[in-house]
Design a protein around this ligand. Structure first.
Ligand code: ADP
Ligand code: ASP
Ligand code: MG
Length: 405
């Protein structure tokens, strides 16, 4: 007998037939004598619809009420999944994140998990029940309802796998696993058999939507290996696990494309000590995460600064920057939204040279102009025009030898 956590994403529970399909997958695991904890997301589109409805009623809703609203999406699917299982004669019980013992910081919309108390789940597993837990949600120390950031059901699943000491954690989604690039953009992308936590984390942080970045960070920290696989077929998926030495043989494991970024350019900032610090302090106070910072050499007492921010945070970033520039007594800001960040990732880059020049010549071949560059030990990212980014991703994928045969 094994203890298994299975997470089903939004598309996998998108309608009645799909929920019934998920129930059959769970039933066969349970019939095989295994203990099964299930995590489900809201039906695909529901969380976005709820956000749009909130914004139509109040353009600046409080984070507390947003969380209160958004958790309802997952609550619908836990109840329906439990009902679908009961209809198949399987004893099943649904639980909110709070009931499942997922304790978080008391902060809304992107709360971190602080502890797991899985007694109630284990008690139900021992009574031969399937436990269905609402993904993406937890509770603060005073019972505050919190959410774990977009895509947070992945984190719920991995944290529960750790919390119940599961033998196996499986993330079921609408693709067969983790590919060398988004298969919707690069038809020649290959499914990876395995990938290290570190590469998966880098890909996820750089915009690869298949796993939430924070969930991968958690799996790495607590060493919770997991499998990403399809809920629509039985093909083997991708195993995400600790690095093994042979993984270094591959220089570039995958290409990530993030179209959810915007570029901020500030010209004519008074060039004096502390100016940059004030700008980034202001952005941090506004809770805006900044990436890819470039400052030009100051001339005539003024400097120029360029960086990227998540596109959804553009309004907040713009308010913060305008306020600080008026404090500093100068500078003009421009926001450019139609950009994309393209990145190549691989732990083999640590021990291979020439990746940057190969990437830049691929971008030249794709006629994509490079606007910003940033590098780390296992990745190189560039900002290019969004309109050129799909084609550029395909060219880069080919140049690094990632196309399937
Ligand atoms: P779920 O609703 O199951 O959580 P997501 O929509 O969050 O699913 O993630 C799955 C999607 O991630 C796929 O449909 C695919 O288009 C996208 N994706 C982006 N990059 C990759 C990649 N490298 N490998 C697999 N899927 C990817
Ligand atoms: N429903 C949430 C979202 O859309 C969480 C998830 O799907 O993982 O972000
Ligand atoms: Mg997801």
């Amino acid at each position: 007998m094994a203890r298994i956590v299975k997470k089903f994403g939004g598309t996998s529970v998108g309608d009645v037939e799909r929920i019934q399909n998920v129930a059959r997958v769970i039933k066969s695991e349970h019939d095989a004598g295994n203990e099964v904890v299930v995590v489900v997301s809201a039906r695909s589109g529901v969380t976005n619809d709820l956000i749009a409805r909130a914004k139509a009623i109040n353009p600046n809703p409080t984070d507390r009420e947003m969380d209160m609203l958004l958790v309802s999406g997952e609550q619908e699917t836990i109840a329906l999944t439990a009902m679908a299982l009961q209809a198949l004669g399987v004893d099943a019980v649904s639980m909110t994140g709070a009931m499942a013992g997922i304790r978080t910081e008391p902060f809304h919309t992107r709360a971190r998990i602080v502890s797991m108390d899985c007694k109630e789940i284990v008690h139900n597993l021992e009574a031969n029940r399937v436990v269905i837990v609402a993904g993406f949600q937890g509770a603060g120390n005073q019972g505050q309802i919190t959410t774990l950031g977009r895509g947070g059901s992945d984190l719920s699943a991995i944290a529960l796998a750790k919390g119940v000491d599961a033998d196996l954690c499986q993330i079921y989604t609408d693709v067969d696993g983790v590919y060398t690039a988004d298969p919707r953009i690069v038809p020649k992308a290959r499914k990876l058999t395995e990938i290290s936590y570190e590469e998966m984390l880098e890909l996820a942080s750089l915009g690869t939507k298949v796993m939430q970045a924070r969930s991968v960070e958690f799996s790495n920290k607590y060493n919770v290996p997991f499998e990403v696989r399809s809920s629509f077929n039985n093909n083997p998926g991708t195993i995400v696990k600790e690095e093994v030495s042979s993984m270094e043989d591959v220089v570039v494991r995958g290409v990530a494309l993030d179209k959810n970024q915007a570029k901020v350019m500030i010209a004519n900032i008074p060039d004096k000590p502390g100016s940059a610090a004030r700008i980034f302090e202001g952005l941090s106070e506004a809770n805006v995460v900044v990436d890819m910072i470039i400052q030009n050499i100051g001339r005539n007492g003024v400097a120029n600064l360029t960086f990227t921010v998540p596109r959804d945070d553009t309004d907040r970033a713009s308010q913060a920057v305008e306020r600080i520039l008026s404090e500093l007594g100068g500078g003009e800001v421009t926001f450019v939204s139609d950009i994309a960040k393209l990145s190549v990732v691989g732990i083999g880059m640590r021990s291979h040279s020439g990746v940057a020049s190969q990437l830049f010549s691929a971008l030249g071949e794709a006629e994509a102009n490079i606007q910003l560059i940033s590098t780390s030990e296992i990745k190189i990212s560039v900002v290019i025009d969004e309109s050129e980014s799909d084609h550029a991703t395909r060219v880069v994928h080919t140049v690094f030898g990632l196309d399937k045969e």
